[in-house]
Design a protein around this ligand. Structure first.
Ligand code: NAP
Length: 275
């Protein structure tokens, strides 16, 4: 039991398809005690059965990261109910719909600010506010996507947010390294979740990834969950500031694999038909 004796808070479970749920399950399966958060009263009801599943007990807290007072209240609740914690999972992102399709240069300042606040600044704020309750070898994990490194159709504003999130991970890792705290990100391949449904042509993104990734499939929340658990555990005690790809290898591809037929003609191995 790799996580036995560890306690942590997981932000970003919307339902059982959420990446954060995969991470929570993997941590619990390995002996961790997990606390989870919900956005507001409406989600409290929806998430109550999941909190029960994960055996969170009283450690089921409200936290809308756009409200600084709720992050402060989260720290107070953790202190009261859990004492110190050993890990934080930040699996949160949001961009207004206008930022996830159409012309990139049309994005409003308002949409830009909201996306950066919820998807990037919240990581800094959560780490700062919860630092007093973090154990001295704690591990922090956030979730990114390849669209923060290369152009991906329609990912638009979230691509810019993920680029900022990845650098935030590295700057936080350096800053908190002196306190023994590690900060890493997983760059996950596309997975059909609630948040992903907001991205224009997302189903094509899934097909493209599965067709071109070396493993010829899309990743699951269980796979991301296990990798996340590793980064939260002492098994990764020498790893910080890392952007770890869990994407069936898609990010290594510079061009699609090539086949040469009997007449010596070359075609891309992928036949152009997406399943
Ligand atoms: P998800 O299940 O919809 O999770 C996103 C979570 O963010 C939800 O729980 C949502 O809460 C929460 N959230 C949004 N605004 C918030 C706020 N103001 N305060 C607190 N929580 C807020 O989708 P997911 O795909 O698992 O996303 C988790 C993370 O993985 C995100 O950072 C996403 O960008 C990243 N990621 C996803 C993929 C993918 O293909 N799915 C790939 C790579 C990286 P509510 O639902 O309650 O609003």
């Amino acid at each position: 039991m790799v996580m036995k004796g560890k306690k942590g808070i997981i932000l970003g479970i919307a339902n059982k398809k959420s990446i954060a749920y995969g991470i929570a399950q993997a941590c619990k399966d390995q002996g961790a005690e997990v606390a989870i958060t919900y956005l507001n009263e409406r989600f409290e009801k929806k998430l109550a059965p999941i909190a029960e599943d994960l055996e969170c007990g009283a450690c089921f807290y409200p936290c809308d990261v756009s409200k600084p007072e709720e992050i402060k209240a989260l720290k107070a609740s953790i202190e009261k109910d859990m004492g110190q914690i050993d890990f934080i999972v930040h699996s949160i992102a949001f961009a207004p719909k206008e930022g996830l399709s159409g012309r990139f240069y049309d994005i409003s300042k308002e949409a830009f600010d909201v996306a950066m606040d919820i998807s990037v600044y919240s990581l800094i704020e959560i780490v700062r506010e919860l630092k007093p309750v973090l154990s001295n070898n704690a591990s922090v994990l956030t979730l990114s996507y390849y669209g923060g490194v290369k152009y991906i159709p329609n990912y638009n504003l979230m691509g810019v947010a993920k680029a900022a999130l990845e650098m935030t991970t590295k700057y936080l890792a350096e800053d908190l390294g002196r306190d023994g705290i590690r900060v890493n990100a997983i760059s996950a391949g596309p997975i059909k979740t609630l948040a992903a449904a907001g991205i224009g042509e997302f189903s094509f993104m899934l097909k493209w990834n599965a067709a071109h990734a070396p493993l010829k499939e899309n990743v699951t929340i269980e796979q991301v969950g296990n990798s996340g658990m590793y980064l939260l555990s002492d098994l990764s005690s020498g790893v910080t500031g890392e952007i770890h790809y869990v994407d069936a290898g898609f990010n290594i591809m510079g061009m699609p694999a090539v086949n040469t037929n009997e007449e010596g003609k070359q075609t891309i191995a992928w036949n152009g038909v997406l399943k």
